[in-house]
Design a protein around this ligand. Sequence first.
Ligand SMILES: [Zn+2]
Length: 155
Amino acid sequence: MKKTDVPNAIEQTLRQASATREGFLGPDSRSLAAILRADDKAVRQRGLTHARIAKQLLALRQAGWKGLGELVSVPPHFEVRVDAARGKLPCPFGDPGSFAKVNTTVCNLERGTEITFTDLNIHLIAIHGFYEGRGAPFRLDPEQLMDTLEMGRDP
Ligand SMILES: [Zn+2]
């Protein structure tokens, strides 16, 4: 029988830590395909798409950018802070170009929840539907993400 659980090259890249970044999959033992499937299901259950979530993340990032490290209030009850660091990161899926090391933190003051994401996260969600593996430092759990952003219908 043919083995079907051999990780492909991209999956190996995602598991590997580099000098500039820890692995994208963290200690998650699920296959990349299984991670993508589970997160895609969570998003679709709320009547959303990865593109819509990424668009909202980008809008908040742009709103926070004006504050240059200071908190920016965004209606109805969000606070956004954007911190930029030197350097750029490439897309681990091999797309051309690279992404500035910009961290955006969004606090939902009403719910008392907070998420932090990078410019690379926005790309990974928009283009690859990838939220990283469980336990990875920049994993964005779709449920927590949608709850904090108050997006989508209740499941
Ligand atoms: Zn990419």
